[in-house]
Design a protein around this ligand. Sequence first.
Ligand code: ADP
Ligand code: F6P
Length: 329
Amino acid sequence: MRIGVFCSGGDAPGMNPCVRAVVRASIASGQEVVGICRGYQGLLNEDFFVNSDGQPIMDARSVSDLSKHGGTILRTSRCPDFHTIEGQKKAAGILRKHAIDALIPIGGDGTFHGAVDLMKHWDGLVVGCPGTIDNDLIGTDYTIGFATAVQTAVEALDKLRDTAESHERMFLVEVMGRHSGYIALYTALAGGAEVACIPETPTDVPEIIDRLRKLKARGKKSIMIVVAEGDENGGAVKLQADLIAADCPFQMRVITLGHLQRGGSPVPADRILGTLLGEFAVKSILEGKTGVMAGRIGGALTLTPFEQTFDRHKPVPPELVRVLATMAH
Ligand code: ADP
Ligand code: F6P
C-alpha cells in the first residue's frame, strides 16, 4: 500500500512526532509512505517530500530526531482552491496518478471538512489525526498541540504576573483557540488567573467589575484576566475599552500571545499523543477503516467519523469553570 501523509491548517507542536509515527509504523508493516508538502495546496501542486536519496518517498531516516521539533517538517498551508469542486477533483486525479491508496491528513476541522469533500471524488482510505492547538474537535479528549500551547501560555502568564504584582496592575492576556475557550480556560486555571472570558460562558462586564472591586477590597494587588480570542464579547482590546468605560478599579495593560502559542518544542504529552495517534491511524488504514479521525478518549484509542468531529461545538468541562471562579479569591 502507498500511504500519503500531510499536515494542513495551522501548525501545531506534535505534528512532527505524528508524522514520524506514521512513517515508522507504515514502514514497519511493509507499506510505502509519500509525504505531501504544504497540505492540500501541496497535493494540488504535486509537491512531495524528497528523501536524502532524492526519491519522493519518506524513509525511516527522513524522520530521525524529529519528535523534539515544533512546527512540521512537511510544512503546512491554508488552501483556498481546495474549497472548490474543481480543486477537489484535481486532487483526486493526482492521488490516482501517483497510485496513492490511503491518506493520513493531520490537521483541524477545516482539514477534515476537506477530507470529507475529497472522499466524494476519490475512493482511497482516509484516516485523520487531530493536529491543532485549539482542542476544538469532538472525538478526542485532547488534540495534538493543545498541551504545548497551554504550557507556553502559562509560562507567559507566570512572567506577566511578576510585572503585574510589581506595578500592582491588571493584565488582559488574549490567547488563541478560534471559536473555542479551551486554551483560555486551561491557561487561566493553571496560571492562577482571576477571570477567564470564553465563548462558552457569558462575559458580563458589570459582573467582572463587581468581582474586581471585591478582590481589591480583599487586598489583591494584581489581576490576570485570560481572554479567548473567540469570546462572544470580543477580544482583549474590546474588553479593555469596556472595563475602562465601566470605571475599572485596576490600571491595565493588554497582551496578545498570538502565534507564540503555536511554536516550540512539543511537551511530552503532545509527543506521546502524536505518536500514538499516528501509529493508530496506520493500523486503522490497514484494517480498511476510512472517513474517520483517530482520537484518544479516557486512554482508549478511538475512531470518530469526520463529520461528527466538527458538527457541534466541543463543550469545555464545566467543573473547570466552577473551580476557576472559586480559586479567584
Ligand atoms: P484547520 O484544519 O486547522 O481547521 P483550516 O480551517 O485552515 O485549518 O483548514 C485547512 C484547509 O482545509 C483549508 O485551507 C482548505 O484547503 C481545507 N478546507 C477547509 N474547509 C474546507 C471545506 N469546507 N471544504 C473543502 N476544504 C476545506
Ligand atoms: O487553528 C489554530 C489557530 O492558531 C487558531 O487558534 C487561530 O484562530 C488561527 O489558527 C490563526 O490562524 P493564522 O495562523 O492563519 O493567523
